[in-house]
Design a protein around this ligand. Sequence first.
Ligand SMILES: Nc1ncnc2c1ncn2[C@@H]1O[C@H](COP(=O)(O)OP(=O)(O)O)[C@@H](O)[C@H]1O
Ligand SMILES: [Mg+2]
Length: 395
Amino acid sequence: MADNFNIIRALCRTALTNPSDALIHQVERLIKNLEKEGKKKEAKSLSALLASGKKDVHMSPSRIEKSFLHNRGESLTNNTVIPVDKETATPLAEVFFAEDLPTEMPVFDIKMEEVIISIINEWMKYDRLLEIDASPANSCLIYGVPGTGKTHLAKWISKEINIPIVLAKLDGLMSSFLGTTSRNIGNLFKFANRYNCVLLLDEFDAIAKLRNDPHEVGEVKRVVNTLLQNLDSRRGIGFTIGVTNHEGLLDPAIWRRFDVQIEIPRPTQKVMMELLKEFLKPIDLADSEMKFLTWCIEGASGADAKVLANWIKKSSILSDKTPMVDTMRKFALLNTGRVKDDKRNLFIGNDENLISTLIKDENYAFKQKDIASLFGMTQSSLSKLLSKQKEVENI
Ligand SMILES: Nc1ncnc2c1ncn2[C@@H]1O[C@H](COP(=O)(O)OP(=O)(O)O)[C@@H](O)[C@H]1O
Ligand SMILES: [Mg+2]
């Protein structure tokens, strides 16, 4: 680690001779992580590099921009009265302040992380871009399958730009009383437009559900129109994030109201491994075990990775001597929605098939030694089993 850290520091020093906001952001993340791991000396040394790098560019632009950003609208406080649905008295939104928001960026592919940081930078420099007529983006739609970290991402963006978030779940605004849904939407936007906040319209697709009901045609039109007008009313006033699991259900006119649209993909193999590592903390598994867990839930979401990590944590206390394959067999049988059918069938069938599938998987490149330990057998009994299998195949 010490040797690698010297290389990392040299890399940072070189890169910081020409610092961009994205670079500064990544170095700040590295410092935070090192601090968390108790590596104070390393964190301090990078902080010093960062400070001298920033001096060279006369302070990071994002720091200067923050003052503009915070002069927009009245400030929300814990005492601010939140509008409610007149029929049920339920609040139309929930307000989250910086201290309630996640400090960790969701784990995504590096390209996706870069794109997200570029949006944050644009929002940080909103007023400067406006001054030169550069039409900065102030709204974005985040979409993708459930559990991929979309709501987490929206909250983290608010945390990064240091503005509280007004979170409204769209299905919470829907009322069975004619006209009340539109009135709720109007009141929600009036509230958000008055205060300095990021408006998060979560589970945006709820509006679309109404469309499936033939009795509701008139009401749907009215709701969609209200939403369109209100989205327009936020131009130049504040930032808006829409989140949806079913982007196909959204009205194209609503879709177009968002300056940028980001699709959050399911985790790749590498991202899944990182997610599992993160969620498994403080438990540290061998690389071969990490690879095996990733293989088992390939194609699942980040939320699924969290469930699996929790399962492994529990098993480490309740049945710590059990071979990993048996722990995962149970998981596969109890989580039919998280483990794909073909893999689950392998767990149900005999171990020989499972072993030979793992050995043949070029993507994961499991070593015989790793497989033996996953199955709790010695390497020689695994070799014997494999050669027996080969004999059978050759007959
Ligand atoms: N890529 C990711 N990085 C970090 N955490 C994730 C990721 N994907 C999912 N999660 C975690 O899974 C849970 C569900 O995420 P959430 O943001 O609510 O998903 P979505 O809004 O896409 O349905 C949260 O606890 C979240 O932190
Ligand atoms: Mg969500």
